[in-house]
Design a protein around this ligand. Sequence first.
Ligand SMILES: [Zn+2]
Ligand SMILES: [Zn+2]
Length: 346
Amino acid sequence: MIKAKGYAAATPTTNLAPWKFERRDIETLDVQFDILYCGVCHSDLHQIRNEWFPGIFPMVPGHEIVGRVVKVGKAVTKFKVGDLAAVGCLVDSCRTCDNCKVGLEQYCTNGSVGTYNSRSKDGTPTYGGYSNTIVVHQDFVLSISEKLSLPAVAPLLCAGITTYSPLRYWKVGKGHKLAVLGLGGLGHMAVKFGVAFGAEVTVLSTSPSKEVDAKKLGAHKFVLTSDPKQIKNAKGTFDFILDTVSAPHELKPYLSLLKTNGTLIMVGIPPEPSQVPAFSLMDGRKSLAASGIGGLPETQEMLDYCAEHNIVSDIEMIDIKDIHNAYDRMVKGDVRYRFVIDMATL
Ligand SMILES: [Zn+2]
Ligand SMILES: [Zn+2]
């Protein structure tokens, strides 16, 4: 076994603290890389607090992982020692179901294996990126360009692909009016991709202070959702709304901002179910949809697209000891726009 260290939550009510554990020895097709940076995702907090489902403890969170390869299995062809490597939300899947066969491993019918708070096929728990090293099958390791700033690439592995995938699936681009609800980790990436794909992008936010940033990120318009006049003017104007908010919120007011045949796509995961009056969908034949991360081929496509178009996340780097302060600020929406842990501070 490989000795590893990280930060773990021992129970859903205890703070993260240093913890020593073991990773499996590398097998024929495994890649081991030392973790240099790991992004901080809202779902890390949801999971260590058991807000979605009962978790597996101790839990080492983190699924926006980048680093450098230190060892490869005998039959590994995709990577060599010294290469940059990345892992997102998945480390395995059944590989044989209809979804896996077409690269939609995130929707694996038999249950994909999450990077943390999940179980490998042999039943052992998986541990995430708030740690010094990781061992993953090469099929679930992604390549990253040396061209981009490495810490700013980390959030692409979850926030990036979570917003890239639905925009690609619904073919959002030129001629479309796209609204991005919420300007946080996901929202700021949605703005960057929406603009890059040629859509007219409007940020919907409750916070007037986000207007300047929205424009800086490339958004064409801004609607302050706490201002009834601005909401009234925006009614029936969007082809798509990408809802990135993971705090509880009403959907009805936003559905009214869609054009006929418009689609609201949820990518944030509030802990409580949402209520949707049928009328707000019926009036204008609107669709309510959701999308979860992305499969491996599309995640690689997104990383390559970002390298080609020089797209990275806007980040604030933190020491791992400050993780709880970062969580507090993340919950308040006080981060521009993603915290990334410098793993050298572990
Ligand atoms: Zn995430
Ligand atoms: Zn599958």
